[in-house]
Design a protein around this ligand. Sequence first.
Ligand SMILES: NC(=O)c1ccc[n+]([C@@H]2O[C@H](COP(=O)([O-])OP(=O)(O)OC[C@H]3O[C@@H](n4cnc5c(N)ncnc54)[C@H](OP(=O)(O)O)[C@@H]3O)[C@@H](O)[C@H]2O)c1
Length: 268
Amino acid sequence: MDLQLSGRVAVVTGASKGIGLAVTRTLLAEGSRVLAASRKSTPELDALSGTGLLHVAADLMDPEAPGQIVARAVEEFGGLDILVNNAGGPPPGVALPRFSFLAPTDDDWRAMFEFNLFSVVRAVRAAIPPMLQRGGGAIVNVSSGSARLPAAMNVDYNAAKAGLNNLTKALSEEFAPQGIRVNTVSPGPVRTAWWTEEGGAADILAAQVGTDRDSVMDRVAPEMMKLSTGRLAEPQEVADVIALLASPRSASTTGADFAVDSGFLKEI
Ligand SMILES: NC(=O)c1ccc[n+]([C@@H]2O[C@H](COP(=O)([O-])OP(=O)(O)OC[C@H]3O[C@@H](n4cnc5c(N)ncnc54)[C@H](OP(=O)(O)O)[C@@H]3O)[C@@H](O)[C@H]2O)c1
């Protein structure tokens, strides 16, 4: 299927690793030009460099950063068609999971909302005018299955992502008549640095249940999260759905939430 993404201009946040890196690789392979934002680049992102890729170092905890990266994409590539708000998860300096509502402080809550919700608000605010100038566009917000599953674990993260789902639906209502589609993709657990890095989620859970990182990734997490497929998703499996939603082939899909969650959510 031709996704008709050739020549389109995209901004992808959190593009240096994990899901964002897979999205960037996929959009470039489809012929899009991509402004890839993260605080630092990685060898994997550098390996994609060519005429279609521009990495911009940006810290999304800075309220000015989302507007600056959108403006840079317009300046460099002449417009904007696609915004993938992928950066999110534990804010800088935070390790998840946390196990109780009593764990996060006010500052923790603020940082969580700053990273997972307010940075998206600011990016969308900056992206809509150039998209309207092109006659439309596609915004994909990377949420989480946890947005729809209130739980003691990561309560601040879940609430921020629930806000993101609500925002997405509201934006889709307001801007569909002007040609801008807005959807969420909601992963379950995905095999990324968030889980696998030193001190990441797998190490925290391993310490909690008295096992090692590999056992958590291969057995403990899939069992604990009741994953129907029995395994965590791969970043590319999330990126493929994001690319489809970014594509004009999804012209009638807006305000939708797509689970790529290994069967994590059980409700219909
Ligand atoms: N992995 C999962 O299990 C999972 C599950 C559900 C939902 N999600 C969602 O999927 C999205 C991507 O997660 P992931 O697991 O792929 O992440 P990841 O592998 O940990 O990568 C995070 C990306 O965000 C960038 N980043 C981190 N802090 C940043 C900041 N302050 N400013 C700008 N960029 C920043 C990182 O680069 P720098 O560090 O260089 O800035 C990196 O490119 C998130 O929204 C997350 O909530 C993930």
